[in-house]
Design a protein around this ligand. Sequence first.
Ligand code: PEP
Length: 257
Amino acid sequence: MNRRYRKTVIAGNWKMNMTASETKKFAEEMKKIMPRAKWCDTLICVPSCNLSAAVKAFKDLRISVGAENVYFEEKGAYTGEISADMLKDLGVKYVICGHSERRQYFGETDQTVNRKVHAVLGAGMSPIICVGESLEQRESGITEDWITLQVKSALFGVSADRVRRCIIAYEPIWAIGTGKTATAAQAGEVCSAIRATIRALYGARVARSVTIQYGGSMNPKNARELLSQPDIDGGLIGGASLKPDQFVEIINAANQD
Ligand code: PEP
């Protein structure tokens, strides 16, 4: 973390978990244990049908609400899809773009991720852009090249002014939901490479202002060490964000000096 230049952001990703009533209960639990002072921004990305319930339930907790996906068109005949303006109107502040589960199961590509990033920024929200390598890619030594390509594609055509509003989440696919975590050194190395890519595209001042998260089985036990890496400015947390006590422990880890 480096709070001097950029925000530390702890984000939950609930995936397809939690009903609206469970969201309310979660918020009630959080109220009992949430630290009073926070040096990090906190948000939870919830299923779209629960966005309104989450905005209402998390308001007093100073937890922002994020969406897990968006469609890039403004409006029209796209049955079942949700636009960036619709999310913004509900009080959503962040949108996950290109999570590996969407790339793997729903045909998301670097091109559609880029269009979504533009749509989210255009509506005044912040995209959380997920990038990450598979185990085969890591083992064949192409992690950095792959991640660089994903970052460059996602940011294609994004202005320097707007890139400051983007969060990049480095999520090695082999570490998501598997209980396997990248070592702090592995995660730190890739996050530094991501910052170097942003530096090459936008210059040093912009690069040092962008928040880069690690995601992949982050939990209360490993959070502190991961967050102590200079280029890791927070976490995108799946499983552990569903449990109030674990999520708060990770927030506390991000509150360290
Ligand atoms: C995620 O879905 O973004 C994630 C990192 O999940 P988990 O923490 O469960 O590995």
